[in-house]
Design a protein around this ligand. Sequence first.
Ligand SMILES: [Zn+2]
Length: 347
Amino acid sequence: MYTCSNGDRVQEDQTRIVTREETFPVKGEPITILASVRVCDKCGEDVYDRELDSASLLKAYDVYRSIHGLIGPTDIKAMREKYALTQRGLSNLLGMGEITIHRYESGSIPDEVHNQLLIMVQSPGNMKRILKTRGDVLSASQRKKIGERVDQLIREECPDKIIELASASVSYKGPDIYTGYLPFQPEKLMDMIAFFASDKDGVYKTKMNKLLWYTDFLHYRYYGVSVSGTSYVHLPYGPVADQYALFLNHLLREERINVREVFFANGSGEILVTVQPDDQAFSASEMEVLKAVHEHFRAMTSKDISSLSHEEEGYLETKEGQAISYNYADKLKVDLTHLMPSLHTTL
Ligand SMILES: [Zn+2]
């Protein structure tokens, strides 16, 4: 049942909805919008309809916000979700009343100072500064969680910086005995990772580093230089490419490779997969070594290849955290000459 402004009591089917221009005062400013209005069939006067009227008012607010460049509910909500902050968390962090953000997300017009602040903290770099100065209004665990989230967003915004950062962090940039007499080439290392991950079954995360190590070391043994100029560090699980995690993360973020989780009776493992390795990235001899390493170790479990690498002299003779000299390449127990036809034609 509805009541029109003439006082008629009418059923819904005695009314209709019309579209017409309506003007609402928003913060003292007249804002004109196209509004849907319910009118009485009997007398033609407006009928009060709570739902339609509040929708029109929100529409007027939207127009006002866009005229004045004010941040709106969707943007505030998206930002909050980006930082994994609650409405109350964001309010507290910005020194606003506890329900202020809730009001803004429900459509209220933000005041000017709040608006500036909200626009500013959309950028993770600014959010990081706010966290530094006002982070103590959050619980310690929340602060830590959001801090990590913000750092991740900053890294995502400038992926090139990651490679720069990772490349700057490697201990040996070569060319020397720790890089296989090549300057370190991060792109080449990442191409190698993509190559092994392109196996139709993918490759276990734990197996990847051994494949990289054998590839670089065997190429050095046969041709006097490594493939990627990567230096490998003695870690408890075996030899690992220096700053491996950073380069892997970069590949994952760029979606050049993906992680698939697999489950067994007694746990789970992560498999790296990719669909499009860049085969053009490698010379003929590099490709031959990559393929030989791939074939030789294909059927071997992560555990087997791990224990194998532990028996290699280059691993046995170095301590945890030490770089492994390419001098040990000649001592490798693994020999793949039978899988490399071109070595036989040149020898
Ligand atoms: Zn009427």
